[in-house]
Design a protein around this ligand. Structure first.
Ligand SMILES: [Fe+2]
Ligand SMILES: [Fe+2]
Length: 133
């Protein structure tokens, strides 16, 4: 589980999809935004229970996600920036690209919606129909 009753996969799908929509509308690199959004929380453990490191999840998991994403996928510099800086301003430095800022903002919006269960049913049904799952 990621936030509330939303799984990490669902959260990443939401962040990816909304980042894709905004970046496409604004003429930015929507493909990298979608890929970065999909992989931004690719840390592969339950942060509520066990972590493979000491310290705060919020500060460390972007780098764990980047390491995992680098292991399984070929990332461009924009996707690396999106993943490693999605927790700004909790982490530094500042996101370098517009796409990184947009994914960062969509992550905050989705986390807020998920934590407080705002529009959960509608979002899931819409995403499922879009992804045909
Ligand atoms: Fe995250
Ligand atoms: Fe996230």
């Amino acid at each position: 589980m990621q936030h509330g009753k939303v799984t990490c996969l669902e959260h990443c799908l939401y962040v990816s999809y909304y980042s894709y929509l905004v970046c496409r509308r604004l003429g930015f690199d929507y493909r990298s935004a979608a890929r970065g959004g999909l992989l931004h929380d690719f840390f592969l453990y339950d942060w509520h229970k066990d972590k493979p490191y000491k310290g705060l999840h919020g500060l460390k998991h972007p780098y764990v996600a980047l390491e995992n994403a680098n292991k399984y996928f070929r990332l461009n510099k924009l996707e690396k920036d999106i993943i490693s800086k999605h927790m700004w301003p909790l982490t530094f430095p500042f996101p370098r690209y517009w796409e990184s800022l947009i994914v960062n903002f969509m992550d905050k919006c989705c986390a807020f919606k998920e934590t407080f269960s705002i529009g959960r049913g509608r979002s899931i049904i819409r995403l499922q129909s879009l992804l045909s799952i």
